[in-house]
Design a protein around this ligand. Structure first.
Ligand SMILES: [Zn+2]
Length: 360
């Protein structure tokens, strides 16, 4: 039953970086303990993932703990029990212990398998894989005709409440890299909510490091020009500047034009099921209010990623809260938010104060 469900998830829903991959009922999570072994020894073998029945040519994994003491190798099945030769992935390791690794393996469908081989006899290490995904390599490029924002029609909406600008931690604070290519200018008419499907962080310094990691992962792993999101929000409610809000992002394929992407840092979908914190929800509402006033964005243009595409993003928990996020005017801070979604929803039964002419 569980295997069937995971297979279904794997087949039906992508995430922002690609199609999630699940191993051995561990849903993409696997770890192995500190080891001490000879060079060339296989320290970890994921075994075959569930079958992936759509084409892919690249795989990305990310997690904690891998270092120069190991080599990560990848293989793909042909769906009939035959495996490709092992191919060494490029490994990128960060000071806070985060790593990501990528392999390009030619196009085909079939299961993924990952193994770690010792490259440094006697070294101790452990490794935990947080995310594994496969995708068709498609570097960011100008695709004006493919993005639907061009059909935008001005609405009769008017947001009169001048919500203040919340504190936003700048790119300078997290030592952002410069974009490798300038993005098209953007005139925001839409807001799309995402989750990172990555880790939750619990201090500003770890958040800033993680955002830098995400930028590297998305630029060098995924081939995007810069970090894809315009804003990120951590579990403490810190708001971080991503791609500048006056240029086009890379977060909702086919719908990036004039669309601001906000990512909640964490994974709010089964099987991980992180919980949105009160501080995170309050920061999201404060940011959406501010942007909706600044750009006169009506509530029906504030959506979740899954409203545009077959994706689990922004996770069931966040998606269930979006109707409340759209009721911008009815929120009166300070509000107390219990952590559980159901209690949160019942807590917020307040009238909608949008003008009747607002499109919804
Ligand atoms: Zn998304």
């Amino acid at each position: 039953m569980a295997a069937t469900l995971l297979f279904f998830l794997n087949s039906a829903f992508a995430e922002d970086i690609g199609w999630p991959v699940f191993f051995n009922n561990h849903a993409g999570f696997s770890s192995f303990p500190p080891s001490n072994s000879n060079k060339g020894a296989v320290l970890y073998d994921s075994g075959p993932s569930f079958e992936i029945n759509h084409p892919w040519d690249s795989a990305l994994i990310s997690g904690f703990g891998a270092g120069p003491g190991i080599i990560l190798e990848f293989a793909r099945s042909d769906g009939q029990g035959h495996w490709s030769n092992w191919k060494i992935g490029s490994l990128h390791v960060f000071p806070q212990g985060r790593f990501w690794a990528k392999v390009s393996i030619g196009s085909g469908s079939g299961a993924l398998r990952v193994r770690a081989v010792s490259n440094d006899p006697g070294s101790f290490f452990s490794m935990e894989v947080i995310e594994a995904a496969v995708f068709i390599h498609s570097p960011e490029q100008h695709a004006v005709s493919a993005d639907s924002g061009a059909s935008y029609q001005p609405a009769s909406f008017k947001q009169n409440l001048a919500w203040p600008k919340p504190l936003i931690h700048s790119r300078r604070e997290w030592h952002a890299r410069r974009p490798i290519h300038p993005s098209a200018p953007s005139h925001p008419h839409y807001i799309t909510i995402h989750h990172t499907a990555g880790i939750e962080t619990h201090s500003l310094s770890s958040t800033l490091k993680e955002v830098r990691f995400i930028q590297d992962f998305q630029m060098n792993g995924r081939g995007w020009w810069d970090i894809g999101y315009h804003f990120l929000i951590d579990s403490s409610g810190h708001i971080i500047e991503g791609r500048p809000e006056n240029v086009e992002g890379s977060h909702t394929e086919g719908f990036n034009k004039d669309n601001l992407g906000i990512a909640l840092m964490g994974d709010y979908n089964p099987p991980v099921d992180d919980h949105l914190s009160r501080a995170q929800m309050k920061a999201l509402v404060a940011l959406v209010r501010y942007l909706s006033y600044k750009y006169q964005i009506s509530p029906n243009r504030i959506k979740g990623h899954r409203d545009y595409d077959q994706t689990a993003c922004p996770g069931d928990e966040v998606y269930a809260l979006l109707p409340r996020v759209r009721e911008l005017d009815s929120w009166r801070p300070p509000l107390e938010f219990p952590n559980q979604t159901s209690a949160l929803l019942s807590h917020l039964k307040q009238p909608i104060l949008w003008d009747a002419s607002s499109p919804r």
